[in-house]
Design a protein around this ligand. Sequence first.
Ligand SMILES: [Zn+2]
Length: 317
Amino acid sequence: MHTDLVAALDIGGTKIAGALVDGDGRILARAQRATPAQQHGETVMRAVAEVLGDLAGSPLWGRARSIGIGSAGPVDASAGTVSPVNVPGWRNFPLVDRVRAVTGGLPVELIGDGVAITAAEHWQGAARGHDNALCMVVSTGVGGGLVLGGRLHPGPTGNAGHIGHISVDLDGDPCPCGSRGCVERIASGPNIARRALEHGWRPGPDGDASAAAVAAAARAGDPVAVASFARAAQALAAGIAATATLVEIDIAVIGGGVGKAGDVLFAPLRKALTDYAALSFVQRLTVVPAQTGTDAGLVGAAAAALARTPDVPAASR
Ligand SMILES: [Zn+2]
């Protein structure tokens, strides 16, 4: 029986979610604020403090032993700072120190949001039982994280597994990260939609030009929409195969909005994987949709904090 809890924060460009989570990953209390993403860094911090204040108002708060934070990146876990692309007021913002100050000195574990999703999938989702896994979020951007040797592998700064910015097209389009031909530049939702539009696909009467609309068109047989997903699948397959070849993962899990496209994505992805994952030791690699839902960021942040709490059997043991 585990009576200790952890407080989890999931900080993104749209919302700041918080929860008290037990050793089985159950969410026992929640709080949330909109992220004042375009405002001063202190205003954003005030929203974080309000979420923590709401949690501290719970009668369960006294059982919280540590805090796990999954934040939009880049993060620097070694310095305890975050610089989320979509929150310009936070650049090298000392989030760990500030959260520790707000919560009376509880230990704080910081990881990137892609790593948090990975922790959640390993604990409760599709990567459960797999000691070597790559988990990805394919939506507005492409993020990810690694489980190696049965443990979450955040890397020194908390960003390891950031597959979205592996280059898979040597002379490809410039990527906002500064490189070119990145997986994200080809496979993210906005880039799937952009490529479909550039090649003549047009949205229906509702005007929806999102990747979800392209996926619907692909399911209906629109060849341009099919081709745009096939190209995204090819980029993902190349990135996944490279990862498997480097560190010997046996499963790749894909979540996020694009991951929900179903066979429109997964059929060409599995086919492309047979092209790129050619060596004997990567041929057994499987690729599957994510299983955790909207709470994955919170559950993953909790898993990271629990992994540092000695008497709780965390996912990453
Ligand atoms: Zn990039």
